[in-house]
Design a protein around this ligand. Structure first.
Ligand SMILES: [Zn+2]
Ligand SMILES: [Zn+2]
Length: 264
């Protein structure tokens, strides 16, 4: 059985191509039992139409997902969203999340202060900083995000490695702290295949980190982070192998923000 892809973007975010219909068609063609859109929730701290959907587009996005559900009876399409963790805008995010019947909310840390860590135009910042410290701050943000209770799943858990920068020190203690925090906060993580298409050429999260998550009983979902229809379900065979290598025997789906456990 092909695993459901829960991380699919749409042109609303300003940096994805193809019509939403084409993403659904791609998932159906692969024989996927279920899929979920999780486009970028509007940002509150910057106004950049190339990073996330606009505030006016949020209801349109929800309407389009609902219309696609009606057009595809017998095929499950989940309404997800990917929301940024920005400490000073938690109430704004909470307000938006309460407005619509989301099946799940993905939380991401794309920003350390105003630094967009996964944007190639700001990649130079890694050269100016101490990488161990960047990892420490990044994962502190991840833990703070998990504790807010706003997010069901933390996505691309170690996206900080995107451009290949690695900590010099052994940070397994920090990883255990992350696992413990996610577990206590009832937050799952996503195995995300987009890292394979990035300079680091690795699944998010890496095996060492994933094994630690497993040891803390943190559940998993799967996502391609597709920004074009041809990326739907991409490298899902590798994701399944990665999950098994870390000792996982099941994963979770979501409906109405409730976990639905399933065998892997
Ligand atoms: Zn995106
Ligand atoms: Zn993301």
């Amino acid at each position: 059985m092909i695993l459901p892809d829960y991380h699919i973007h749409t042109p609303f975010c300003g940096h994805a191509s193809g019509d939403m219909k084409e993403y659904v068609a791609a998932a159906r063609k692969l024989g996927m039992p279920e899929m979920g859109f999780a486009d970028h929730l509007p940002l509150f701290h910057i106004d950049d139409r190339t990073l996330a959907m606009s505030h006016e587009d949020l209801p349109r996005y929800v309407d389009r997902v609902q219309a696609l559900r009606e057009a595809n009876p017998g095929f499950t399409i989940r309404l997800g969203i990917e929301a940024d963790y920005i400490a000073r805008h938690l109430e704004d995010v909470a307000r938006d999340l309460a407005l619509y019947p989301f099946d799940y909310v993905y939380g991401s840390v794309h920003f350390i202060g105003d630094w967009g860590i996964d944007q190639s135009r700001f990649k130079f910042e890694f050269e100016r900083r101490d990488i161990d410290e960047v990892y420490q701050i990044y994962f502190e943000h991840v833990m703070a995000a998990a504790r807010t209770g706003l997010f069901d799943v933390m996505t691309h858990l170690d996206v900080v490695k995107k451009y290949g920068h690695r900590p010099a020190a052994d940070i397994s203690n920090l990883y255990h702290e992350v696992g413990e925090t996610l577990s206590k906060s009832d937050v799952a993580i996503e195995l995300n295949s987009s890292g394979l298409r990035k300079p680091v050429a690795e699944i998010y999260p890496g095996l060492e980190l994933l094994k630690i998550m497993r040891s803390h009983g943190v559940p998993i979902t799967f996502g391609s982070d597709a920004h074009k229809p041809s990326q739907v379900g991409k490298d899902f065979d590798k994701l399944r192998g990665h999950a098994r290598a870390a000792g996982y025997e099941d994963y979770v789906g979501f409906q109405g923000r409730e976990r639905v456990p399933r065998p892997l």
